[in-house]
Design a protein around this ligand. Structure first.
Ligand code: ATP
Ligand code: MG
Length: 183
């Protein structure tokens, strides 16, 4: 069990999270929803250690390997799709994940030349090639058509634990979500 206890954070005058507590199971798919600006991305950043909360604790992640799919793809633009993913894994794993996500033809294209949805899938492949233990995903379906959304969902379900930020209530069914947290 991963426990978040009394997490608070403010940016300047703006209090974003106030004594927020919740629990995540060790395995499964958990959705995180809530209106724009409520603090979903901030919570993911706290979970992966990129942002320090002002107060509060997180337990249960100490021994886990966490990877992240950011809200923007954040690829290295002058490297190819395959090179971007291979930065964090071996080439064989990178090829398998890119193929699973329908990118076999784009593998050797530079990231700069890819479409938004293609970049999003490369970013998914990169996260899973680093770790499928705990994967934090910030709106991973943005820009994906139905077929690619299904492929992405299939991959997301292979994580030990996936925490998925989404605005779309139908994603709960698509991902067979075990829990929904609303901020
Ligand atoms: N580094 C920062 N400096 C100042 N304010 C910040 C910073 N990061 C986030 N915020 C503020 O914190 C609030 C929550 O931001 P966050 O990005 O977590 O929202 P979100 O729920 O992910 O929204 P969206 O659904 O639009 O992505 C917003 O008001 C935002 O302006
Ligand atoms: Mg966000």
């Amino acid at each position: 069990m991963i426990k978040l206890s009394d997490i608070s954070i403010r940016f300047g005058e703006k209090q974003v999270l106030t004594n927020f507590s919740t629990q995540l199971p060790d395995r499964g798919v958990v959705l995180l929803s809530g209106e724009s600006g409520i603090g979903k991305t901030t919570l993911l950043r706290i979970l992966c250690g990129l942002t320090q909360p002002d107060s509060g604790t997180i337990t249960g992640l100490e021994t886990r390997k966490v990877s992240v799919v950011f809200q923007e793809p954040r690829l290295i633009e002058h490297l190819t799709a395959l090179e971007n993913v291979s930065l964090v894994s071996d080439r064989k794993t990178a090829v398998r994940l890119l193929t699973d996500l329908n990118l076999e033809k784009e593998m050797n294209q530079r990231a700069a030349k890819l479409s938004g949805g293609q970049k999003q899938r490369v970013s998914l492949a990169r996260a899973f090639s680093f770790s499928d233990d705990v994967v934090l995903l910030d709106e991973p379906f943005s820009g994906l058509d139905d077929q690619n959304k299904l492929r992405a969902a299939r991959l997301i379900r292979t994580a030990q634990l996936a925490l998925v930020v989404t605005h779309d209530a139908t994603d709960a069914e698509l991902l067979s979500a075990d829990k929904i947290i609303t901020l």
